[in-house]
Write a protein that binds this ligand. Structure first.
Ligand code: ATP
Length: 757
């Protein structure tokens, strides 16, 4: 039967969603309908574009005709820009019926390019070009080509807010994450500023300049002083650069390390506060991957990116200025590659980031599979499932391999295209460089310096020298990609536990009176399967209550609810007539303690494990608890007594020994409510008797025993048979035997060891 509450909630949610979807769809349809009404047809668009091109060419021809020469060159250029804009806007409106923002941007750029170009070259370099004087077709083509390139660059890299809302959202998110990580770096600010401000590249920037100078000195009239000066300056810049480079690497890595430790601790603290159902649904591998890998890569990504960003910005401006001083014409030529590179980069980023995320997820899956097998190797071995597990792991590794191959192919294609465009640009640059040398506009040394700057500029933007201190083949864009890891870390850091820990009650006296009032509960991971349905039960203080029933009926679930690992969907659990959630978190877990069927010990000594979580616990208290749990004697027999290491997960101890240490750990807290969940299953009769005796010495304690061995609970004050989500029977052993109901039947079914089947 489905959970009425969850199904009701689900129905409400579904109805909400349907409503939302319906209105979204309606809105969408309305918008699409409206767009369809106004969007011109393809034929009309082609006709419009042809008309605009023809109109522009005619206008361009008129602008160069003799009668326009009556006014000055620049008046004519700016007048033509204004006329061109008005005419083109009019023609578009006429032919297509609307002037979209994209078309508006294109005609504005197209109209302004010639005037802005000519005026700025005149103002900056006091030179004009042939295009200013005549209406050459070549000039028209150059202007139109530059406009189309700029338009493409703009539309791809800076999408329209309406058109690319979703894409922008993810980019926006990356930016927000970037800034958020940066803010978390605040305590390491001195280290960061030290690293970022170490300008080792400033030294490197002047080396090409002096190289060109040395070549000019050597190829022209040799002057020793000038030559020495140039070589010494080169040496000094080079030395200064090396010193700063070393300092920068050290400071930044130190900042990243300190950041990582801080975030790992913060994340660990947040994770341990999450409700238990969180751990039921999220895989261990995923959590450990966030904790160990993502925290590191997010710090690394932001710290290094910021460094790269600052350096790239300053170095690029510096290099462009130096290149301008060598030849402004060649500089403009080189900069024409930028929009093309931007478009290529954008396309590459989209594919590469998508594949990188898929690789990360696939790796987390493979880790999960490996973790599961390693931590349950006994089961794998005993079921002879090694081959099956190896195949499962192999499949996951193959998925990673496939995704990595796709990702690396994308990268290889990207590098090839980038190199080809770079090569094309270098050929053009050499061609024009030779022309300028022939015309006497630059020297051979200038060209050499220029070529060195050009390749340095490309590397600077591609940020290849990140490899210097990351010791890997990561590029800036890979680094930006790992900002995505920050998203996942923040998702956990921001997560508020669903089971609140805001209670304040911590009374000195607690009787241990428990009431389950019409509790209905389903595990969040299986919301449709109700484990408890209107479950009501009263446990009197100081009494021993035994929960019995066949496997899977919800006995351990009652224990979990008492510890507030989960919240019931309805009903309440009262402790001393107060709801459990009103008790202070630490207080509650000191007063209600569980010893479970699989005792978990942590790496450390026996003493550490007994006093686990208690700050002021004396040796006497520890030994007293161990005595009560019948553990004292075997602990003393161990090599270092209470200081003996128990190994990982208590692996160096027998199960019954681990069980007794777990009981001592519970007893040292002097709990008011003690829950023993099938603990006797691993104890021999003698140990069990002693534990029972020890427990009998705490008459004020409310004791809940969940047992499969029905013999052990015959002396309980009340035995509760749990089944079908509720209480089937309740009474003392004798009362229930006389009743000849479920309890009686259960006892009939006991095997020779007294266990339930
Ligand atoms: N973390 C969980 N997530 C989802 N379902 C769970 C979870 N823990 C237990 N269940 C399911 O809840 C039901 C009750 O489990 P519970 O462990 O309380 O039974 P039990 O009576 O203590 O069984 P046993 O005697 O075998 O320990 C079972 O059907 C079980 O499969």
């Amino acid at each position: 039967m489905g959970n009425p509450f969850s199904s009701l909630k689900t129905k409400v949610k579904i109805a909400d969603r349907l409503h939302q979807n319906a209105s979204n769809t309606a809105g969408h349809l309305r918008t699409e309908g409206a767009m369809a009404d106004t969007k011109p047809s393809i034929t009309r668009t082609i006709f419009g574009l042809l008309l605009v091109t023809y109109g522009d060419l005619a206008l361009f021809q008129v602008s160069g005709s003799a009668f326009t020469h009556a006014v000055g060159v620049y008046t004519r250029l700016w007048g033509f820009a204004a006329a061109r804009f008005v005419v083109l806007a009019f023609l578009i409106q006429l032919s297509m019926g609307q002037l979209t923002p994209v078309l508006l941007r294109v005609i504005t750029t197209l109209s302004l390019v010639p005037a802005v170009y000519e005026t700025s070259t005149k103002l900056l370099y006091d030179e004009g070009t042939d295009c200013a004087l005549s209406s050459d077709w070549w000039c028209w083509l150059m202007g139109a080509g530059a406009t189309v390139a700029a338009a493409l660059f703009w539309e791809i890299t800076i999408p329209d807010p309406d058109e690319a809302a979703s894409e922008k959202k993810t980019k926006q998110k990356s930016r927000v994450l970037f800034m958020r990580v940066l803010r978390l770096f605040r305590p390491d600010l001195p280290l960061l500023l030290g690293g970022w401000s170490s300008c080792h590249w400033l030294g490197e920037m002047f080396i090409p300049f002096y190289t060109g100078k040395v070549i000019d000195i050597l190829s022209g009239h040799y002057q020793q002083n000038e030559f020495l000066m140039a070589v010494v300056s080169m040496g000094l810049f080079s030395f200064g650069g090396s010193v700063f480079a070393g300092g920068r690497g050290g400071l930044l890595l130190c900042a990243v390390s300190s950041f990582t430790c801080r975030i790992q601790l913060k994340l660990f603290q947040t994770l341990t506060k999450q409700e238990i159902s969180f751990f039921d649904t999220i895989k261990t591998g995923e959590i450990t991957s966030r904790l160990s890998k993502d925290t590191k890569s997010m710090g690394m990504a932001v710290c290094l990116n910021m460094n790269v960003l600052l350096r790239t910005l300053v170095k690029t401006v510096g290099m462009i200025s130096l290149m301008m001083s060598l030849s402004w014409k060649l500089t403009f030529l080189v900069l024409m590659e930028t929009p093309v590179a931007g478009v290529i980069q954008n396309v590459y980023d989209t594919y590469y980031q998508r594949l990188s995320l898929a690789v990360q997820d696939a790796m987390a899956h493979a880790n999960d599979a490996a973790n599961e097998v390693v931590s349950n190797i006994h089961v794998v071995r005993s079921f002879n499932a090694e081959k099956h597990e190896a195949e499962r792991y192999d499949q996951r590794l193959k998925t990673i391999h496939k995704l990595k191959t796709q990702r690396d192919t994308v990268r290889a294609i990207y590098l090839l295209v980038r190199r080809l465009t770079g090569l094309g640009m270098q050929v053009l640059m050499l061609y024009y460089g030779r022309l300028f040398i022939q015309r006497g506009q630059m020297t051979t040394g200038n060209l050499v310096s220029f070529i060195l700057y050009q390749s340095d500029l490309g590397d600077n933007i591609r940020v290849r020298d990140l490899m210097q201190f990351t010791n890997s083949d990561l590029y800036l864009w890979d680094m930006l990609n790992s900002v995505g890891a920050a998203g996942k870390v923040f998702e956990y850091l921001d997560r508020k536990p669903e089971v609140s820990a805001g209670g304040t009650l911590a009374p000195k006296q607690l009787k241990g009176h428990i009431q389950f009032n019409q509790v209905t509960f389903a595990y969040p991971s299986s919301p449709d399967k109700l484990v408890l349905k209107d479950f009501s039960l009263e446990l009197k203080p100081g009494q021993m209550t035994a929960f019995v029933g066949t496997s899977g009926e919800g006995k351990s679930t009652c224990a979990s609810l008492l510890q507030r690992f989960y919240e019931p969907q309805s009903g309440e659990i009262l402790l001393n007539n107060e709801p459990l959630e009103s008790y202070e978190h630490h207080y509650l877990h000191q007063k209600i303690v569980v010893v479970s069927q699989e005792p978990v010990l942590f790496t450390g000594s026996v003493k550490d494990n007994i006093s686990y979580g208690l700050k002021d616990c004396t040796d006497e208290e520890i030994q007293e608890a161990a005595r009560k749990a019948n553990a004292h004697e075997f602990i003393l027999k161990m090599e270092k007594g209470y200081d003996t290491e128990v190994g990982e997960g208590g692996g160096q101890l027998a199960k019954s020994e681990r069980q007794r240490i777990a009981i001592a750990r519970a007893l040292v807290r002097q709990p008011q409510v003690l829950i023993l969940d099938e603990i006797t299953s691993s104890l021999d009769d003698n140990s069990e008797k002693k534990v029972q005796q020890a427990l009998a010495q705490c008459p004020n304690q409310t004791l809940i025993v969940i047992a499969h061995r029905l013999k052990t609970i015959e002396r309980a004050d009340q035995i509760v048979v749990i089944g079908n989500g509720g209480v089937r029977e309740r009474g003392t052993h004798q009362e229930l035997m006389d009743m000849k109901g479920h309890y009686y039947t259960l006892r009939e079914k006991l095997d020779t060891n007294g266990h339930l089947p």
